[in-house]
Design a protein around this ligand. Sequence first.
Ligand code: ADP
Ligand code: MG
Length: 363
Amino acid sequence: MSRVDAKNIWKIYAGGVLAVKEVSFHCEDGEFLAILGPSGCGKSSTLRMIAGLEDITKGELLFDGKLVNKLSPRERNIALAFETYALYAPLTIYENIAFPLEAGGMKRKQIDEKVKQIADMLDLTDVLNRKPSHLSGGQQQRVSLARALIREPNVFLLDEPLSHMDQRVRVLLRARIRRIHDELKATTIYVTHDQEEAVSLADRIIVMHLGEIQQTGTVDELWNHPKNIFVAGFLGEPAMNFLETKIEKPTQISLTTGEKKATFELRGKVDEKYVGCEAILGIRPERIVVLADKRDEQSAPSLVEVVEPLGETKIVTVKLDDVELKVVSLREVDTAVGKTIYLKFKPEDIHLFDKQTEKALLA
Ligand code: ADP
Ligand code: MG
């Protein structure tokens, strides 16, 4: 397996479409790296450049320190599974999965063992003798994944490989993909727009937006220390709440609702120059503390608008002045529609962003 280094990589398509802008990252030997971002942000373009299916407009791509920009996909020895499956229609599923091994000259008996093993892992045992056209989209995608995972390449490149499967199967296969990765210690770069998928699979995540890397880090780093509003809002469901706030002191902010002001302490200090300025406060729905009665000045009154029960918890939509917030609270908390509840934000849960640059103000 190989380490991958991408250095200042750009992709500009014919016609001047700027798809990837100065992207730099690395994937350690054996690491599982996810590239996460909304549709059109340049994930597939990045992966296709690593695969050798697209020219790199500018920048350097290295496998184990060796420049591979000019190498063909075959010479790079990568295994690919894309969203579209491109199976060989005349061949059976067995033959499709066995194909890369036969092309590599492996012995029949060993091929047979490997095909059966991977088919078992991906629930394809029952369809090995069928032709691709007799399979559902989700099954065909699993065959494509099996065909990639059966090889021992330098790098696995997977682009939304679970997108055509239903939710239950996706969750099941996530665990299997991770297990296969751990067994093979395979360097894996996995593209997805699904934050849950990235979070559950990857050692580290690259968050992309508009062709640029927003932040690279472990799930904990991205979750607890998002560098900007985009990253903060992209991870988490329901998403982080954002509302305008005023910086009173380097360690204190305030919210004004009606004529009343509530103040909240910060976990750190913001630069003196921000005192008196407006900023964007971010708070995750799960971290808001709900008080049924107003207990002190450090809580903000808000009106319950909608309640969505989720079993042990519920998502409560409230209005704080004219801003809608989502709060996840325990089932037993009294949040009847039309009631005023009081919200409290703890210092360690408050994120703060510059209103203009949208960058985090607290480390
Ligand atoms: P993602 O995989 O994150 O959805 P893509 O890498 O597919 O994003 O696309 C990034 C941008 O590049 C989009 O604006 C897309 O329209 C554009 N794009 C992708 N492929 C091509 C192409 N072959 N020619 C021109 N523009 C392209
Ligand atoms: Mg894509």
